[in-house]
Design a protein around this ligand. Structure first.
Ligand code: PLP
Ligand code: COI
Length: 340
């Protein structure tokens, strides 16, 4: 890649970076990891990941601040969640300190690819773990690979911050006592049909309901959902089968402590949608993407914030989060990890 193309704003897609970190789990322990230039993975045809989807992943962003420093947003939270995901799939957790060391090594080795301050882009980090040995009967693998690679990314949704049109999916995302609360690859595999159908119908994403009663809002295929009430309260849906979004947790804190808003993390009923004045999606990739409308079986709910731009509250939340991430305003202790 030449210097010119490095400056272009990327879309949300994979671009091969010079270095990634790889570590192997064999004989009951994680071996020492190292950086490699090889982006390819060679697997047995019967590897656990291929047969029974024994894999989980994470997503983090790296930013450049005004003074040119390089910072990672809350990687300790991703390290922790990846351990939870691994345990949920009977995989050996990758130790948190080694996860953070891998982050440091990969960012340092690819530091010239971190997009410029204020560009709206970031270097996305994707840690992934998968079962590598051959299995035929259904059982956990004995050998695994942990890999952490990077790719410069721009906005997840085409159109940047133009409000999205969503639909309530007829499909369910995660069972009540299933894998919805961990970042298992299988959660995304089962959303492929639903997202393809939604796109074909002209929607950007699906909102999934709780499968047991189909009366409560869970989340979308790749982000949590957030709402603003008429009195300016930030409401985020609560359920055991929602992925605990680090962005959502951060926004609850920002709303309360930076913007003086009231916050509620609680069950949200489908019947309440009509009462909210703003709606958005939040996640590492999505940041905060405003939502214009949600199509339901009994008609489309259009949020008063409209189709043209984000509403006042989500705009303030997004601006504050982005300023924290790029070091423009002081961040809570430990949120930004500086890469020297
Ligand atoms: N929900 C799902 C299903 C996701 O894939 C993601 C993305 O990571 C999120 C929520 C947002 O989580 P986070 O804010 O930790 O990126
Ligand atoms: C992220 O936001 O990091 C994710 O993993 C979501 C995915 C749909 C790209």
């Amino acid at each position: 890649m030449n210097n010119e193309s490095k400056k272009e704003k990327p879309s949300f897609g994979y671009e091969k970076m010079p270095y990634r970190y790889v570590a192997y789990y064999r004989d009951g322990k994680w071996c020492d990891g190292e950086l490699t230039t090889d982006e390819k993975v060679v697997l047995n045809e019967s590897a656990g990941v291929l047969q029974y989807a024994q894999t989980c992943f994470e997503g983090m962003k790296v930013f450049k601040t005004k003074d040119g420093s390089i910072v990672v947003f809350r990687p300790d939270m991703n390290a922790e969640r990846m351990c939870d995901s691994a345990m949920g799939l009977e995989m050996p957790p990758f130790p948190k300190d080694r996860f953070l060391e891998a982050v440091k090594q990969v960012v340092t080795a690819n530091r010239e690819y971190v997009p410029e301050y204020g560009s709206g882009a970031a270097l996305y980090l994707r840690p992934v773990m998968f079962g590598t040995n051959a299995v035929l009967g259904v059982k956990p693998c004995e050998e695994y690979q942990f890999r952490l690679f990077a790719s410069p990314v721009g906005p997840y949704f085409k159109g940047g911050v133009k409000p999205l049109k969503l639909k309530i999916s007829e499909y369910d995302r995660a069972a009540p006592r299933g894998t919805g609360n961990i970042k298992a690859g299988l959660n995304y595999a089962m959303s492929m049909r639903a997202i393809t159908e939604a796109h074909r119908e002209g929607y950007s994403e699906n909102v999934y309901l709780d499968p047991a009663t189909r009366t409560k809002i869970e989340e979308t295929g790749g982000a949590n959902v957030i709402f603003i009430t008429k009195d300016g309260t930030l409401v985020t849906p609560k359920s055991n089968s929602i992925l605990p979004s680090i962005t959502r947790k951060s926004l609850l804190y920002v709303a309360e402590h930076y913007l003086g808003m009231k916050v509620e993390h609680r069950e949200v009923y489908l019947s309440e949608l009509k009462d909210f004045i703003e709606c958005g999606l939040c996640g590492t990739a999505a940041v905060i993407a405003p939502v214009a409308s949600i199509a339901t079986e009994s008609g489309t709910i259009e949020f008063p914030s409209g189709e043209e731009k984000a509403g006042e509250y989500l705009t303030k939340l997004r601006e504050t989060l982005v300023k924290i991430q790029s070091g423009d305003i002081e961040s809570p202790q430990g949120w930004l990890v500086r890469i020297e």
